[in-house]
Write a protein that binds this ligand. Structure first.
Ligand code: CDP
Length: 148
């Protein structure tokens, strides 16, 4: 029986990493104001305010997800802008990433996930009870509020 040449050790596949669910939210601007949305569910988040958005679906870019989510939740068309630097943990396995966005058409309505909306000027930003995880992004979004 002939000896077979030594084979290199097979490469081990990279250890699978826990998939992270990315939630994309929008800092939506219109005439120098930022849109805040009050969650209607789940109970532990209901009544708190957030930047509207939702989970990235397989095959979607974050910008595509943002356009889809704001269409579904608010009934508006938006143009995504820049990503606000940073990433904020939500529940285990979920992270929040935020993009600026400009309103192209429609008047936002709380169609899904929310029961109230408010356009806030810079001086009004502290008047709602933001979800803790959204606060750093809201602070950054405020710095980018376009002058009217
Ligand atoms: O709409 P979809 O079901 O894809 O997502 P969602 O329920 O709106 O958001 C997924 C999770 O991200 C929820 O736990 C939200 O509370 C959280 N979230 C957040 O913490 N801050 C935001 N600005 C948007 C979502």
């Amino acid at each position: 029986m002939t000896e077979r040449p030594a084979q290199p050790a097979p490469l081990r596949p990279a250890a699978p990493r826990d998939p992270v669910v990315v939630v994309v939210a929008g800092a939506l601007y219109d005439r120098g104001r930022l849109l805040a949305a009050r969650r209607s569910a789940p109970v532990e988040l209901a009544g708190r305010w957030e930047l509207p958005g939702g989970k990235l679906e397989p095959g979607e870019s974050p910008e595509e997800a943002l356009i889809r989510e704001l269409r579904e939740e608010l009934g508006v068309e938006v143009e995504p802008g820049e990503r606000i630097p940073g990433e904020w943990p939500l529940k285990p396995g979920y992270v929040l990433r935020v993009w600026t966005a400009r309103l192209l058409s429609g008047e936002p309505r709380p169609l899904e996930d929310h029961d109230a909306l408010r356009w806030l000027s810079r001086s009004e930003l502290d008047s709602v009870d933001w979800l803790d995880q959204d606060r750093p992004a809201v602070a950054e979004a405020a710095r980018r509020l376009p002058a009217v």
